[in-house]
Design a protein around this ligand. Structure first.
Ligand code: TZD
Ligand code: CA
Length: 528
């Protein structure tokens, strides 16, 4: 007899979902007990870390990832991290174990009450199949929904007595299903964009994470070069969509209203590609657009287009649009841009390492295709001033600012991309939300290098308290944490350093070891 569980594993295999990130409970055991040998279960010790590892894995591999969580409690633990997955468009298929179907109504222990609403509105779609026979089809729907544009997380709750039931014969069709999405801009729409770009006196490009996620970085370079236009990353970008040392590159836009308007001043045409318009953070009232400026918005996400407060939006496949724009715009209409100045000389390190110096040294020491996963909130300017990212898929950042993403996401990214070194740059505040992922890296021998920037405080919050002018606030500091002891406790090699020289030696040793390692660096306090 072919069971619902047999068909489900076959279905997951046909979608390449043979790695399952999870943390189990009793409701999940009947599913996990049947796991075929070609599947790998990656155990995380807290569901936030599980979700973030899966997210880093999905983003780094450019495809969906499977997550298995325990009932409502485990699913709830993962929700904070899931806020990021929505905005990074991560196709995560989250499967949770439900109590025995006939008992859920009584709300027996470990029932998921109202499973469809538990993760709303974070998930694109959620369901508990109406009967066991519909479980494989619902999981198939979940996978297709997660990956079809715009991608995003989905949730399925499965009563645990469903797994051993007989699967209907017709479920075999599911194994051969595929869905292909092709919605590209039509020639008229593309022509409008091309005409606007050709006729603009001074266009500027603002690129978002979808450019990098769709692998359109090289075409974005061609487009910028033909236009002779500067390129910014969209505010709060969770990926890096343009080589940071290209002469067109201007950096990451600030995330305040005024900051964006000021940075884009003087341009008559703003073309935003693959980002929301805009992901503001700091409320700093002012004009969204200078008078007379035209904003064109290209996105693969219809909801993103619909909710923007300004601009003319075009919804279509990003890679295709960037390629066709690069092919079609007139080149050489504007003078070329001068080369970028050299990297700024990092501020001197005194009794602790200055973050700029740390990033400058990392640039020199790490392979040039390193994947950087950052969650260190007061060092943003220092990071973008000093890094040299040339390749697509070089950078991940928590897309909604929900901490607890970075450290585990780096573990997941390293698992997905063994051929590229992954380095996590994590603040001593942020590290604690996902710290248990160190155990997964150690146990599964995933050779990610975690650098903890230890300034003893929630640096970004100190800065924000100044911005909001609220004076002294409680709960701003995190003294007294020894990350080397935590790392060793989870089975990982760890060193603590407080000079650039010692950091360089520790980093080289970590790189050379091919093993997961943590380096705690005593850093100076900076502002974002
Ligand atoms: N909790 C969660 C889950 N997400 C958050 N964003 C916060 C709390 C609030 N928060 C920020 O937005 S930044 C920050 C907190 C606590 C400080 C992070 O401190 P850090 O980095 O040590 O990681 P810096 O460089 O010292 O700011
Ligand atoms: Ca800190």
């Amino acid at each position: 007899m072919t069971t619902v569980r047999d068909v489900t594993y076959e279905l997951l295999r046909t979608h390449g979902l043979t790695t399952i990130f999870g943390n189990p409970g009793s409701n999940e055991l009947p599913f996990l007990a049947g796991m075929p040998d070609d599947f790998q279960y990656v155990l995380g010790l807290h569901e936030g870390a599980v979700m973030a590892m899966a997210d880093g894995y999905a983003q780094a591999r450019g495809g969906p990832a499977m997550v298995n969580l325990h009932a409502a409690a485990g699913t709830g633990n993962a929700m904070g991290v899931l806020t990021n997955s929505v905005y990074s468009h991560s196709p995560l298929v989250v499967l949770a174990g439900q109590q025995v179907r006939s008992t859920v109504g009584q709300e027996v222990v470990l029932s998921i009450v109202e499973p469809e609403t538990l993760l709303r509105p974070l998930v694109k779609w959620s369901c508990q199949p109406t009967c066991a026979e519909d479980v494989p089809r619902a999981i198939s729907q979940a996978i297709h929904t997660a990956t079809l544009p715009a991608p995003g997380p989905v949730f399925v709750s499965v009563p645990y007595d469903d797994w051993a039931r007989q699967a209907p014969e017709e479920t075999a069709h599911l194994l051969r299903r595929r869905t292909a999405a092709g919605a590209c801009l039509d020639t008229g729409q593309l022509g409008e964009l091309v005409t606007a770009l050709d006729e603009a006196a001074s266009p500027v490009l603002v690129l978002g994470p979808e450019v990098d996620a769709s692998g359109a970085n090289d075409d974005a370079v061609r487009l910028a070069e033909s236009l002779g236009a500067p390129v910014w990353l969209a505010p709060f970008s969770s990926r890096c969509s343009f080589p940071t040392r290209h002469r067109s590159f201007r950096g990451l836009l600030p995330s305040s209203v005024r900051g964006v308007t000021d940075a884009l001043a003087g341009h008559d045409l703003i073309v935003v590609i693959g980002a929301p318009v805009f992901r503001y953070h700091q409320f700093d009232p002012g004009p969204y657009l200078a008078p007379g400026v035209r904003l064109l918005h290209v996105t693969g996400d219809a909801a993103e287009a619909a909710r923007a407060p300004m601009g003319e939006a075009f919804v279509g496949a990003i890679h295709d649009t960037v390629t066709r724009l690069a092919d079609a715009v007139a080149s050489g209409l504007r003078p070329g841009l001068p080369p970028l100045p050299d990297f700024p000389i990092p501020s001197a390190s005194k009794d602790r390492v200055h973050p700029e110096r740390l990033f400058a040294d990392l640039r020199a020491l790490a392979p040039d295709d390193t994947i950087w996963v950052a969650e260190t909130t007061s060092t943003t300017s220092a990071f973008w001033a000093q890094m040299d990212m040339r390749h697509s898929g070089s950078y991940l950042w928590p897309a909604a600012g929900g901490l607890g993403f970075g450290l585990p996401a780096a573990v997941g990214a390293q698992l997905a991309r063994p051929e590229r070194q992954v380095v996590a740059l994590i603040g001593d505040g942020s590290a604690n939300y996902g710290i248990t992922a160190l155990w997964t890296a150690a146990q599964y021998d995933i050779p990610v290098i975690t650098v903890i920037l230890k300034n003893g405080t929630y640096g970004a919050l100190r800065w924000f308290a100044e911005v909001l002018d609220v004076g002294e606030v409680a709960g701003m500091d995190v003294p007294g944490i020894d990350f080397t002891l935590l790392a060793r406790g989870y089975g990982m090699n760890a060193t603590s350093v407080s000079t650039p020289e010692d950091f360089a030696a520790a980093f080289k040793a970590a790189l050379g070891s091919g093993k997961p390692a943590l380096i705690e660096v005593e850093t100076e306090r900076t502002q974002p």
